[in-house]
Design a protein around this ligand. Structure first.
Ligand code: AMP
Length: 216
């Protein structure tokens, strides 16, 4: 199964991708998580990416494309993968298609999660993440058992810097310009499925499962 999740930052791609990953035993690849790990570990790639991420800008295509190609070439991804946060530009999508074509493969399903601006802002304003393992939390819907401490690894739970309202507005603008055209891109390939994400997580997950069932 080769799946792509699309939708504005904060719509719930990560949560839903994680659930599909757990159900089918297919790895989730989040470019945001990979880049943040690089920032924490201060790798050369992390150091380069940080300046873009802090501003809410996209990290250059060549950096993220290399990162994803390396990851999907590993034995872990033999049975497929679930991409979260990639592709984010038409150029990234074309590179991915080209890369997969060499392996006689393709993206089988692009799931577009849509929600109203009100829902997105509500989710983002409470979004929290573990500073170490990236486990996600929410101040209203999913609080850590102990205040500000990750249930999984015990590290501090924090707010993402790029969820700051000013940075988020910039990310949204870039999304509309660079990423929104991917909906049409995958629709033209006949692999797009739309799922309304203005609903409780489990209801969205049901729709996602139904959409995915057709491709596994
Ligand atoms: P995310 O966790 O997916 O919201 O990504 C956080 C940040 O990482 C984005 O605002 C970008 O700066 C960077 N990033 C993640 N994925 C990509 C991508 N596919 N292309 C370029 N930049 C990315």
């Amino acid at each position: 199964m080769r799946l792509v999740f699309l939708g504005v930052p904060g719509v719930g791609k990560g949560t839903q991708a994680e659930m599909v990953s757990a159900k089918y035993g297919i790895p989730k690849i989040s470019t945001g998580d990979l880049l943040r790990a690089g920032v924490v570990q201060q790798t050369p790639l992390g150091k380069e990416a940080k300046q873009y991420m802090d501003r809410g800008d996209l990290v250059p295509d060549k950096v993220v494309i290399g990162l994803v190609e390396e990851k999907i070439g590993t034995s872990e991804c033999e049975k497929g993968f679930i991409l979260d946060g990639f592709p984010r530009t038409v150029n990234q999508a074309r590179s991915l298609d080209q890369h997969l074509r060499h392996q006689d493969a393709s993206i089988e399903c692009a799931l577009f999660l849509g929600a109203s601006e009100e829902t997105i802002l509500e989710r983002l304003s409470g979004r929290l993440v573990c500073s170490q393992c990236e486990e996600s939390y929410h101040s209203a819907f999913r609080r850590p058992t102990l205040d500000s401490v990750c249930d999984e690894c015990g590290a501090p739970v924090i707010r993402r810097r790029d969820d700051d309202p000013a940075v988020y507005r910039r990310r949204l603008k870039i999304y509309q310009k660079e990423t929104a055209p991917l909906v049409e891109y995958y629709d033209a390939q006949g692999v797009l499925r739309r799922v309304a994400s203005d609903r409780p997580v489990e209801a969205v997950a049901d729709s996602v499962r139904r959409a995915v069932r057709g491709v596994v």
